[in-house]
Design a protein around this ligand. Structure first.
Ligand code: NDP
Ligand code: MN
Length: 384
C-alpha cells in the first residue's frame, strides 16, 4: 500500500459575520495584505482593521497586489513586513492577494532567499517562526485560502510559476459570504466554473482517494445547485454562502489530489492569449470529460451521485446559462485570432502536455491528443 497525507487549514470559520473572527486573534501586530481597490471601496478592509484593533493589535496595510501578482510585488511586501515585524499576516481579497501574501510571508520568514530558491516544489523552508497566516477570500474560485499553492508571475520572463509548499496552507480560513456577494456576474460565472473544474478534476485525478472524494463530490453538487442562482441574483445570500463553501471544499480536494488536463491546457492558453483562468477552464472542461471518459469510471460515479445522464452535457448547459461561449473562437473576452491560434498551437500543446497537472490526469494523453483537444475547444467538435 502507498502512504498518503491530507493537509488543510487548522480552522475554517464560515457563514454570516465570519470576518469578526479576526477580533479573536491573539497577537501584537498584523499585516493586512490586499489587492487594488475593491476591499477598500466595499468597506471590508476597514472592517478587518477594526476587528484587529479590537484584538489589541497594531496593523499595517500592504495593498496594490495586482491580478496575476509579480515577483516585485511579493518582494516589496516582504520588505514592509520585515520593517513592521507582524506576528499575523491577514490576506483579504481575491486569489491574487492571498497568493502574493503567502510568498511575502516566506520571504519575511527567510529574507536571505531569492525567488529562484523556492520554485522547485518542496524546496521552501519551514514557515511560522515569525508569523501565522489568515486568509479571507473575496472570490469563490481559487481556494487559495485552503491550498498549498501560490501562482506568482515573473513579468520579465512572462512565466507564471506555481509555487507549492505544504507550509503555505493557511492557519485560518475565514469564509464570509458578504465578500463574494459583491462580485459582478461575469466574475461570479468564471470563478464559479473554476470551482467546478477543481472538483471534477480532483475527483477524476489518479491521486484521488477516499479522503478527497467526499469534498470533490459535495463541491460538484453545490455548484450545480447554486452557481446559476448566484450569477442571476448576486444578492441571493444562500447561493453565495453555498458557492463560497463549494470553493473551499473543492480546494480541500484538489490541494491533496491535484488536478488534470483542463488546468494544464488552461494555464498555457492563458499564458498565450491572456484569457481569464476560470473562463478557459469552463470552455475546456466538457471536451476533456469526453476525451477522458475511456480512461476513468469516475464520471459515471459523479453522474450516479448527481442523478444526471451526461456530465459533459450538463456542464455545457450550465455554461449556456452563465453566457459562457462554447468555443474559444466565439469568446470575445480577449482576441482569439485564428492565425495566432494556428501559429502557437504546437508550442502551446507541448507546453500543456508538460504541465504538472497532466501527471494526475486519467489516462496518458500524448501531445497529439492535447493538440486535438485544443482544436476541438477552439472550433467546436467532438472528442468522444
Ligand atoms: P483576482 O484576485 O485576480 O481578482 C480579480 C479581480 O476581481 C480584481 O480586479 C479584484 O479587484 C476583483 N475582486 C476581487 N474580489 C472582489 C469582490 N468581492 N467584489 C468585487 N471585485 C472583486 O481573482 P481570483 O480570485 O480569480 O484569483 C486569480 C489568481 O489566483 C490568479 O493569479 C491565478 O493564477 C491564481 N490561482 C491560485 C490558485 C491557488 O491555489 N493558490 C489556484 C488557481 C488560481 P481588486 O484587486 O481591486 O481587489
Ligand atoms: Mn483553477
Amino acid at each position: 500500500m502507498a502512504l498518503f497525507s491530507f493537509s488543510i487549514p487548522r480552522d475554517i470559520v464560515y457563514g454570516d459575520g465570519a470576518l469578526a473572527r479576526l477580533a479573536g486573534l491573539k497577537g501584537r501586530k498584523a499585516a493586512l495584505v490586499t489587492g487594488g481597490s475593491s476591499m477598500r471601496k466595499l468597506g471590508f478592509l476597514d472592517q478587518a482593521a477594526a476587528h484587529l484593533k479590537t484584538a489589541g493589535m497594531e496593523t499595517i496595510v500592504i495593498d496594490g497586489v495586482e491580478p496575476n501578482p509579480s515577483v516585485e510585488t511579493v518582494l516589496r511586501g516582504a520588505k514592509a513586513m520585515e520593517a513592521f515585524a507582524p506576528d499575523w499576516i491577514v490576506a483579504i481579497g481575491g486569489g491574487s492577494a492571498i497568493d502574493a501574501a503567502k510568498v511575502m510571508w516566506c520571504f519575511y520568514e527567510h529574507p536571505e532567499l531569492r525567488f529562484e530558491d523556492i520554485i522547485t516544489p518542496g524546496s521552501m523552508p519551514g514557515l511560522r517562526t515569525k508569523a501565522r497566516f489568515v486568509a479571507v477570500p473575496s472570490t469563490s474560485g481559487t481556494a487559495s485560502e485552503i491550498t498549498a499553492f501560490s501562482v506568482i508571475t515573473d513579468t520579465a520572463k512572462h512565466i507564471k510559476y506555481p509555487i507549492v509548499a505544504a507550509d503555505m496552507v493557511p492557519d485560518l480560513a475565514i469564509l464570509d459570504p458578504a465578500l463574494p456577494a459583491a462580485m459582478p456576474p461575469t466574475v461570479t460565472a468564471n470563478t464559479g466554473m473554476d470551482v467546478m473544474c477543481h472538483a471534477v478534476e480532483a475527483a477524476a485525478s489518479t491521486a484521488a482517494t477516499s479522503f478527497t472524494d467526499p469534498y470533490a463530490f459535495e463541491a460538484i453538487r453545490l455548484v450545480f445547485a447554486n452557481l446559476d442562482r448566484a450569477y442571476s441574483d448576486g444578492k441571493d445570500m444562500e447561493a453565495r454562502f453555498n458557492m463560497h463553501n463549494a470553493s473551499a471544499l473543492a480546494g480541500m480536494a484538489f490541494t491533496n489530489a491535484s488536478l488534470g488536463l483542463v488546468h494544464s491546457l488552461a494555464h498555457k492558453i492563458g499564458g498565450e492569449f491572456g484569457v481569464t483562468h476560470g473562463l478557459a477552464n469552463a470552455i475546456l472542461l466538457p471536451t476533456i470529460i469526453d476525451f477522458n471518459r475511456k480512461s476513468t469510471r469516475k464520471y459515471e460515479a459523479i453522474e450516479r451521485a448527481m442523478g444526471i445522464q451526461d456530465l459533459a452535457e450538463e456542464i455545457r448547459g450550465l455554461n449556456r446559462k452563465l453566457h459562457i461561449p462554447a468555443t474559444f473562437k466565439d469568446c470575445t473576452e480577449v482576441d482569439f485570432n485564428e492565425a495566432k491560434f494556428r501559429e502557437v498551437l504546437d508550442r502551446m500543446s507541448a507546453n500543456a502536455h508538460g504541465d504538472p497537472c497532466t501527471l494526475t490526469n486519467p489516462g496518458k494523453p500524448t501531445v497529439a491528443d492535447v493538440k486535438a483537444i485544443y482544436t476541438a475547444a477552439y472550433y467546436g467538435g467532438s472528442m468522444k
